[in-house]
Design a binder for this molecule. Structure first.
Ligand code: ADP
Ligand code: ADP
Length: 237
């Protein structure tokens, strides 16, 4: 089975306002799926449904299902912290913790109670390699993460997300706070990540969707208006 996520008739309300309307789609494994559409159309809201971030919002109500490996993440018996370990999230603004580069990367492993320094060191190196940051930071792992550039901080946050080996990686406009060179670096990285992870990216930038995604979902007014292979959508016949 090559479906990572199945979204089935998903609707979302903020109090009485409907933000998403009966969205149904399959997100394939080990591909990059882009959510694009105008500001306020519901892209971030839809992304946040995949790791139940919306549960934090007062007055938010969800109908329908999001199946992760066949299991509805909105079922009563779902453990939300364990869901979030399977579905990592990266935000628009890089948000490293005020700690060393090393401690940022292994943060999730420490939370899991892992103490063996060899295990932690290996995970740190592997994750930083995977996030294309190792060469730049290997000699300064104990420096504070805030000393890194914005683009490096975003790669550090990606390393932190993948250190705990999630199944799905959610990226919410991950480059819109970055300069053009850092943006290209992150886009190249996204193209690498999909070999191992299912990636879902929110972007308002069509060119970015064309550059990084395999599938593109167009959202408008809370509805899925088009969902197809990116190549098909962006190639003029
Ligand atoms: P996008 O990511 O496409 O810009 P959002 O998902 O952020 O859109 O927002 C979709 C709609 O839901 C907008 O009308 C927005 O104002 C509304 N919305 C988003 N977050 C909340 C919230 N916490 N409470 C109430 N309304 C919200
Ligand atoms: P971003 O583009 O980074 O999502 P926003 O300004 O759209 O930033 O939203 C910032 C926060 O405010 C988000 O957590 C979002 O859910 C919330 N939000 C957005 N629109 C509304 C709204 N109409 N009412 C209440 N909260 C909102």
């Amino acid at each position: 089975e090559d479906t990572a996520l199945e979204i089935d008739k998903l609707s979302l309300f903020y109090d009485d306002t409907r933000a998403l309307s009966e969205i149904s789609m399959r997100v394939p494994k080990c591909k990059v799926t882009a959510f694009i559409g105008p500001s306020g159309c519901g892209k971030s809201t839809l992304l946040r449904c995949i790791n139940r971030m919306n549960d934090l919002v007062d007055g938010c109500r969800v109908e329908g299902e999001v199946l992760l490996n066949g299991k509805n993440i909105y079922d009563n018996d779902v453990n939300v912290p364990s869901l979030r370990r399977q579905v990592g999230m990266v935000f628009q603004r890089p948000n490293p913790f005020p700690k060393s580069i090393y401690e940022n990367v292994i943060y999730g492993l420490r939370l899991q109670g892992i103490k063996d320094p060899r295990v932690l060191d290996d995970a740190a190196e592997r994750s930083l390699q995977a996030a294309a940051l190792w060469d730049e930071v290997k000699d300064r792992l104990n420096d504070n993460a805030f000393g890194l550039s914005g683009g490096q901080q975003q790669r550090l946050v990606i390393a932190r997300a993948i250190a705990i080996e999630p199944k799905v990686l959610l990226l919410d406009e991950p480059t819109s706070a970055l300069d053009p060179i850092s943006t290209l670096t992150i886009e190249e990285l996204i193209n690498e990540l999909k070999h191992k992870y299912t990636v879902v990216i929110v972007t308002h930038n069509m060119q970015q969707a064309a550059r990084v995604s395999d599938q593109t979902a167009f959202i408008n007014l809370g509805r899925l208006v088009e969902y197809a292979d990116t190549d098909t959508l962006f190639t003029t016949p």
